[in-house]
Design a protein around this ligand. Structure first.
Ligand SMILES: *Cc1c(COP(=O)(O)O)cnc(C)c1O
Length: 357
């Protein structure tokens, strides 16, 4: 597909088609903390996003609050993997089965997707955009579980098909991106305006197309992702002292269980004790040349352009809000060195002390 957002929107299209819903606006359930592209993908299919709070100190759906979000118009739940860590798909799948709706695995930030291990979700979405585990400078994929093959291909074949151009302009952009990523790190890269990276703004999705990539491109992208060293585990070790000071390494378990989770993520995330400490940490780390950032920084209802599309005009999402306020993400691409890790640890060490005074 043309992008991860397009692939996600095509997934919503499939969920709407199989629901047979005719007289009401279809609804799709998403976490209240997430990428505004999730909203755009849903809206592009004439469906309405319904937000659910996350678990405490975690970006995943609160499965106790989730049942209240279902209605007769619900067609799907989107399970969004975060920084390389997959959602709790098995739990979500059993809720989806009870309500006869689709479970869509958004694996834009995780590779390989969980569905490669076990076919829990009805379909899964990959992104090949900049800053994603497999960087092809754009594009995405929709993987549909084989029991849905016939019905899905009928719907998907109606989408226009384009050839992906990888001419010299594409190669130059890719070269510049990789060069700057090595030099500046992802944090500073976000400030390079022409890259349009990581901006937390709502952008409507206007076109959806299938894309035929040049032969070998995807395989090359996967190989280079798999060869990338996993830095998240080193962060867990370097920063474990912060836990005694009120920081929460929410990715630590997933990353260190020997699983592949978090392995090919480009960022390592942890939660500061409060919003002020997070702000001081970003400032201090940026001053040391480390590309730290707050990632999305706010929950979806607080992103300009989003609230008008939501089913519920008022909503209470305390856990998601606290997560958005406290999340600090650190670069974990292949150019992060042991020395960088030591600088991060020393810098955050001072932040906490300052916080206590
Ligand atoms: C980046 C991202 C998308 C959108 O992918 P694009 O290829 O940028 O359109 C969707 N979901 C999540 C969780 C993402 O991180």
């Amino acid at each position: 597909m043309g992008s991860g957002t397009q692939a996600l929107s095509a997934a919503v299209l499939l969920a709407v088609s199989r629901s047979g819903l005719e007289h009401s606006v279809p609804e799709v359930i998403l976490p209240a903390y997430g990428c505004p592209d999730l909203v755009a993908a849903v809206v592009a299919q004439g469906a309405r996003p319904v937000l659910v709070d996350t678990l405490p100190d975690c970006p995943f759906l609160d499965t106790e609050k989730l049942p209240n979000a279902f209605s007769d118009a619900t067609v799907a739940v989107i399970a969004v993997g975060f920084l390389g860590v997959p959602e709790q798909l098995a739990v979500l799948a059993s809720l989806c089965r009870q309500h006869d709706v689709w479970l869509i695995e958004d694996s834009a930030q995780c590779f390989p997707p969980e569905c490669a291990r076990e076919p829990i979700a009805d379909c899964a979405v990959l992104s090949f955009g900049r800053g994603k585990p497999i960087n092809l400078m754009g594009g995405g994929a929709l993987l549909v579980r084989s029991d849905h093959r016939a019905s899905a291909s009928e719907v998907l074949s109606t989408l226009p098909e384009k050839a992906l151009s990888t001419g010299w302009k594409w190669k130059a952009r890719r070269y510049i991106f990789n060069f700057l990523l090595g030099r500046l790190g992802y944090g500073l890269l976000r400030r390079v305006p022409f890259l349009g990276l990581g901006a937390t703004v709502y952008k409507p999705l206007l076109n959806i197309s299938r894309v035929v990539p040049p032969e070998g491109l995807l395989e090359a992208g996967i190989r280079s992702a798999e060869q990338r060293p996993g830095i998240a585990v080193k962060y867990v070790r370097q920063l474990d002292f912060l836990e005694r000071r009120g920081w929460k390494p929410f990715m630590a378990n997933a990353v260190s269980e020997g699983s592949q989770a978090g392995h090919v993520t480009l960022r390592y995330g942890l939660l500061a004790p409060d919003q002020g400490a997070r702000a001081r940490a970003i400032e201090a780390l940026t001053g040391k040349g480390i590309g730290a950032n707050a990632f999305y920084a706010r929950i979806l209802p607080n992103i300009e352009g989003v609230p008008g599309y939501l089913r519920d005009s008022v909503g209470d999402y305390p856990n998601a809000e606290s997560f958005a306020d406290r999340l600090l993400t650190l670069p974990s691409h292949e150019d992060v060195t042991e020395r960088d890790l030591a600088i991060v640890a020393a810098t955050l060490d001072k932040i906490t002390v300052q916080n206590k005074e």
